[in-house]
Design a protein around this ligand. Sequence first.
Ligand SMILES: [Zn+2]
Length: 358
Amino acid sequence: MSRKHPPSTVLVNRTISTGRRRARTTAQNVEPLPESKAFTDRWWLTAPGHDESLRSLVERADRLYGKPPPEGYAWQSRSLGEGAQHLDAPTSRELARLARMLGTSPCHLRAHCLEDGPHLLEVSERRAYCPQCLQEDRAAGRPRIFRRAWARVMAVSCPEHSTPLRWAEPRLAAEVNFALDPSPLAFTEEDWEVLQLIERFARTLEACLWGDGLWPGGWRGNPHAARALLIRCLSNLCWRPASPPIAQLWVPPSIASVISFPLRPMPPLCGVPWEAVRRTGRPAWRRAALWLVAAQVIPGLPERWRPETIPEAYLAAVDQWWDDSPQSPHTQKLRQVHASLRRLCAPFLIDQMRFSPP
Ligand SMILES: [Zn+2]
């Protein structure tokens, strides 16, 4: 150490010269950032709203201050790409820095974290919203925010209003005039019955898979079989680009705005099968798959609550396709995944359903 520049003196002088910001950093025992990432900014944002996710809060900052630099936000310890995966659940250190930038307490922010898990949509897919909640935000003069409750895989309606959730395109995230459509949808009574059936089924399945819910007596199969069928409906299990089974669904025009499916062929499923469902952020697509699964699981549904076409034949055709395909090392893994899902779906007797080539 240099006697000329004793560390303690340097620290005190620098603390005084750089102002109160650095003094607070030292006082709170948070590791100082390099000068390039020092806290030269303060985010002048309103505090997180009711149930707002931190990702939503950061999006508000982006709209106000513009996109962050490639090295990420000043409060992040990770690069922008890696950090984007953790916006909803920052580390304690990041949370302390973010709290300081917002002028609030880490404790307050922690209540808005969303720890990742299989019951949640994949992080970039958490863009479902309730138009009625947004209307209320607007009427009260609050910023429009994404709630954590809308990030669940099985959430297709708002828990507060029972309104069908809608989808906000990611490109809207960076726009200053963040225009989400708050207009109410006009449904017939029969449409509402179908939507409520899907909502109830999703809520029950969620409770059985990740809560303490009991599988209702009389329902076919079990929660894991229903989950396997959900994966089969939403993913492409063929070894070539193809439409998922939900694309075979016929939807009445009156309800097509909230029950739909991907129109383009999708690549074959790879990785963990459940991730294909977690990557389906659009509530309308999840609703379509849940409707199909509900129709298989719940016996004796009234005709008006059942989808007019159920792609049993399509699912059976995929089974047949694998039965007829020669073994290959390239397709071995997908073949195993398909066989496993097929076994789990046995309670629904897809193999015994009427088969006709699609
Ligand atoms: Zn709502």
